[in-house]
Unconditional design. Structure first.
Length: 277
């Protein structure tokens, strides 16, 4: 995972849709074929994807990587996209063979797990970059525990069952896995299994609980922040937020992955969680 520190230069590429899978309610996995000599993304990096189709889709959308692998003459790139607005709906309506422009890989990804056992905590669509991270750890022979929180069984993603390390599912309504909040369970898990590092991505209130629990126990934690972005390269400064030391953090270039101690959490605590205070 050394690529997560030394970033390859991003490139503008044409990505042809190779496959579209309807994997959950309102969630699709789009697999693209990118031809040519292109850099392979590190876990946690992202792409700016051109939605096309007129003024309402003028700006590209930042999309994380579910999986990526080199092939002869190019790259196979998969993204998990949830339909939340016009841009994502248009992307998820692409037909096989259609192409979009992508810029990437962008941003700073997750740092390597040098030793010990990792705890990976995903919430909702935050599963995508963490799946790529976990599959990379699988290839490296690293150990981890993966915990995923979703709202209901309709949001279960089959890719969750493909990882060697396995996964523990938590749902808000108890229709699949364990009923409860994944962040609360993760805070308890930290005190039992001797994890040496935590990686998390998902809703900010969830990540805030995990980050506070890690800080309390002295466990390093990396968080992947989500933000509205226009350029993805730090030029527009539209994704800047205040850091813990008062400095400005540009999510697209300084992140999207940060050490949790760098972040000022704007989200309120999650009600009913032991790590909320």
């Amino acid at each position: 995972m050394s690529e997560s520190v030394e970033r390859a230069a991003p490139a503008v590429s044409t990505a042809a849709l190779k496959r579209r899978d309807d994997v959950a309610w309102g969630v699709y996995v789009l697999t693209f074929d990118i031809e040519g000599v292109v850099p392979v993304p590190a876990p946690g990096q992202f792409y700016q994807v051109d939605c096309g189709g007129g003024r309402e889709h003028l700006l590209p959308r930042p999309m994380g990587v579910l999986d990526a692998r080199e092939q002869s003459g190019g790259l196979i790139l998969s993204m998990m996209i949830e339909v939340v607005g016009w841009g994502t709906a248009r992307l998820c309506a692409l037909e096989v063979g259609q192409s979009v422009r992508v810029l990437g890989p962008l941003g700073r990804g997750f740092r390597p797990l040098d030793q010990g056992r990792a705890l990976i905590v995903a919430g909702g669509a935050g599963f995508a970059p963490l799946h790529y991270l976990a599959s990379t750890l699988d290839k490296e022979g690293r150990e981890y525990d993966l915990m995923v929180g979703i709202s209901t069984k309709d949001k279960y993603i089959p890719a969750m069952a493909t990882l060697k390390g396995g996964v523990e599912i938590f749902s808000d309504d108890g229709t699949i896995g364990v009923k409860g909040l994944v962040c609360d369970a993760a805070a308890s898990q930290l005190s039992r299994n001797g994890h040496t590092k935590v990686y998390t991505c998902g809703p900010e209130p969830m990540m805030a609980v995990v980050a506070r629990a890690c800080e309390h126990r002295g466990v390093p934690c990396e968080v992947s922040l989500d933000s509205r972005m226009a350029c993805g390269i730090g030029a527009c400064r539209g994704c800047v937020r205040e850091g813990a030391d008062g400095a400005n953090l540009c999510v697209c270039t300084d992140g999207p992955v940060f050490d949790s101690t760098q972040v000022t959490w704007n989200a309120p605590p999650v009600p009913g969680t032991s790590g909320a205070s």
